[in-house]
Design a protein around this ligand. Structure first.
Ligand code: AMO
Length: 437
């Protein structure tokens, strides 16, 4: 355990002229005849300049790992906060080879190839800190509201979100799949534990190369008994608002570093706006919004079409707050979604769209409780009802009205940071074309 100070700790008058010891890596180095100016980066991405006689700096290279002891001095010329350290003792833990592959200007592809090193850049480590806060405040919200955290298996036999995006794996002498969603297991647990939630990696073999699709993503999911559509919408708007507001105040320096103007986010709070799917389609039609049809020509969007990335962007581009879209046609939704008993053909489900064009971040619904309806929808969706025997048992033995949702952590962080490409907000992205490092 290190009890060493970090760079930002010592940038204050209380450390002026005091001796301190810091550990980290060489972020930048400029060797002059007598003195070397070194920017040290600590293990939380903070930086401070130290000086050292050039004779002691001969071996030092970018990314060498060192410990420096010296006196803190206030100097307006020092970069990153106006304090520097006059180095006295230097200890070297690991000299980096001189051919460190990441310089100041690099192509996106190279940065992805060297992601194991690029995670040391201040941009990526700052994003990772914000992501950590998003996870921390998610957990805090659930704890404060008395939801119980559970863990679901990732190796499964059943499709939750359709068969076409399943990753198949060899499981001893059988075939199994990587889970698309923990939902069915959360549903099983509401009978035993009431409101439950989980954070699990989910996997989707979607052949879509878009700025918001990953093959592996971090999935926050929640499920609760005796909750109906309106209740589960409230959970989502309260949770998202709590995460946004706490992350904003906890990480204000990080938002500043990333140049993210967070003013608009400051006003995010419940209630979120709501529109029906039908209204969304009407809005898109009134804007002459078109989709690419089967033969490659463009056609108007019609009732029954899915809302794709472009349509969600069009609907939310002028919004400042997240927006719920509800009342989707039941045929566009998976087998577990409940049909509105008062509106045949309409589902009791919602998608939560982030504003300013960022689109879907979460999806939720009331769950179908009738065993026969689920069975026939499973068949209709070309899935094998035999696989779902255990799931159908949940409806056979004390079925309970319940609702839940799934929220993509990367989609949420992408919106909070206003970043176009989802790959930027995950440390080691998995996409159709990338499975290393
Ligand atoms: P859905 O498939 O809409 O619903 O997923 C829920 C949320 O997960 C995120 N997400 C993704 N993020 C990155 N890359 C992907 N390929 C990807 N796919 C989905 C999105 C999305 O809103 N079981 C249901 C939810 C429920 O009803 O409980 C489900 O998984 O943010």
């Amino acid at each position: 355990m290190s009890t060493y100070l970090r760079c930002n700790d010592v940038k204050s008058s209380s450390y002026e002229e005091k001796e301190v010891t810091l550990r980290g890596w060489i972020h930048r180095i400029r060797k002059q005849k007598e003195i070397a100016f070194v920017l040290l980066r600590d293990d939380r991405g903070g930086v401070i300049q130290f000086t050292i006689p050039s004779t002691k700096a001969i071996d030092l290279t970018i990314e060498s790992c060192i410990q420096i002891t010296g006196n803190v001095r206030k100097d307006a010329r020092a970069p990153e906060g106006g304090y520097e350290i006059r180095g006295k003792d230097l200890k070297i833990f690991g000299i980096a080879r001189a051919d460190y592959p990441i310089g100041e200007y690099q192509s996106e592809d190279l940065l992805l190839d060297y992601r194991h090193l690029a995670v040391r850049t201040r941009r990526l480590s700052t994003i990772a800190k914000i992501r950590a806060s998003v996870l921390k405040f998610s957990r805090q919200w659930f704890i404060e509201n008395d939801w119980l955290e559970i863990n679901a298996p990732v190796i499964v036999k059943d499709a939750v979100e359709g068969g076409s995006s399943l990753f198949e794996i060899k499981y001893f002498d059988r075939i199994a799949f990587l889970s698309q969603s923990a939902q069915l297991y959360l549903e099983a647990m509401v009978f035993a534990l009431g409101p439950v939630w989980s954070i699990t990696e989910s996997f989707r073999a979607e052949r879509s190369r878009t700025v918001r699709h990953l093959a592996e993503f971090t999935h926050l999911e929640a499920e609760a008994p005796w909750m109906y559509q309106e209740d589960i919408m409230k959970v989502q708007e309260n949770l998202v608002s709590f995460i946004v507001q706490n992350t904003l105040s906890n990480n204000s320096a990080d938002f500043e570093f990333l140049d993210r103007n967070a003013k608009e986010l400051g006003s995010i709070g419940p209630p979120f706006e709501r529109i029906s799917y039908g209204k969304a389609v009407d809005i898109l039609r009134s804007k002459d919004f078109t989709l690419i049809g089967e033969n490659g020509t463009r056609r108007n969007i019609e009732w029954g079409d899915d809302l794709n990335i472009e349509s969600e962007r069009e609907i939310t581009k002028d919004c400042t707050k997240p927006l719920f879209v509800s009342e989707f046609p039941i045929d566009t939704k998976p087998f577990y979604v409940r049909e509105d008993p008062n509106k045949p053909g309409i589902s009791l489900s919602t998608d939560l769209l982030a504003p300013r064009g960022f689109g879907e971040i979460s999806s939720g619904s009331e769950r179908e409780t009738d065993v026969e309806s689920i069975k026939s929808r499973i068949v209709k969706q070309s899935l094998d009802p035999k696989t779902y025997g255990w799931y159908l048992d949940l409806r056979r033995y004390g079925s309970v009205p319940h609702s839940g949702f799934g929220l993509g952590i990367e989609r949420l962080v992408r919106w909070i940071l206003g970043m176009e490409d989802i790959k930027d907000v995950v440390l080691f992205p998995r996409t159709m074309s990338r499975v290393t490092p």
